[in-house]
Design a protein around this ligand. Structure first.
Ligand SMILES: Nc1ncnc2c1ncn2[C@@H]1O[C@H](COP(=O)(O)OP(=O)(O)OP(=O)(O)O)[C@@H](O)[C@H]1O
Ligand SMILES: [Mg+2]
Length: 225
């Protein structure tokens, strides 16, 4: 069976004001539907920048990103938003939970945005949070949760819409070794159960080795690791 390309980056570059060299420099990568890809690199190598470019959260300086064959630079903000909401889930490096909302509200929100009924959204969120071991934290606000619990809420929020592709930026970055493995495996298991494509960045080679495809980001380019 021929696999369909989900994300394709062609000669992708990103420069920032004040930096002499491009952070991402004519980078090429293709990610097919169902692929599980890890990108490793040292701090400052451009991992978050690359993930943001791939997910259409930032604009490239040159080159292009295609999602399901569509050049996202040709889409207006509204169409890009629709595409992202329909197909992509993002676990941010710094989880961006909404502090005024509790656990279940944070997780249900992406479904409510998709006009799912209040009742169905909260039911789905509760089921997922139970799977992820947070049944007793449904009404806690982010400030009342531990780092690992917050990270799990962020993972649940990214998975609740069963996206075709999950982008995860250091999803276990601030956790101790044992918790990191636990949360990481949970993310992989849930994503696999949804048949989601995974693109994950981390500085942790041990975690990266759990994914089928591994690349190293260095000087703005990717090499097979
Ligand atoms: N908005 C910005 N303006 C200027 N420079 C930026 C901006 N965002 C990132 N950079 C620079 O681009 C480089 C890559 O940053 P990025 O956050 O992508 O690295 P990273 O590999 O994710 O690092 P870490 O592992 O620490 O999260 C860094 O040198 C950073 O200072
Ligand atoms: Mg980063």
């Amino acid at each position: 069976m021929i696999k369909k390309s989900l994300i394709n980056c062609k000669d992708l570059s990103k420069m920032f004001d004040g930096l002499d060299e491009a952070v991402i420099n004519k980078l090429n990568i293709n990610i097919n539907e169902g692929d599980h890809t890890a990108i490793v690199g040292v701090s400052g190598s451009g991992k978050s920048t690359l993930l943001h470019l791939m997910a259409g959260l930032e604009k490239p300086s040159s080159g292009k990103v295609k999602i399901l064959g569509q050049n996202i630079s040709n889409l207006d903000q509204n169409s890009l938003g629709v595409l992202r909401n329909k197909y992509l889930g993002f676990v941010y490096q710094f989880h961006h939970l909404l502090n005024d909302f509790n656990t279940i509200e944070n997780v249900a929100l992406p479904l409510l945005i998709r006009r799912c009924s209040y009742r169905a959204a909260f039911k789905e969120a509760e089921i997922l949070l139970k799977k992820i071991g947070l049944a007793k934290r449904l009404t806690h606000k982010p400030s009342q949760l531990s780092g690992g619990e917050r990270q799990r809420v962020a993972i649940a929020r990214s998975l609740i819409t069963k996206p075709s592709c999950i982008f995860a930026d250091e999803p276990t970055g601030n956790l101790d070794g044992k918790t990191a493995h636990f949360v990481f495996d949970l993310l992989l298991d849930l994503a696999k159960a949804n048949h989601s494509t995974i693109v994950l960045v981390t500085h942790n080679n041990q975690l990266a080795s759990k994914l089928k495809f591994q690349y190293k980001l260095n000087q703005g380019k990717l090499k097979k690791a």
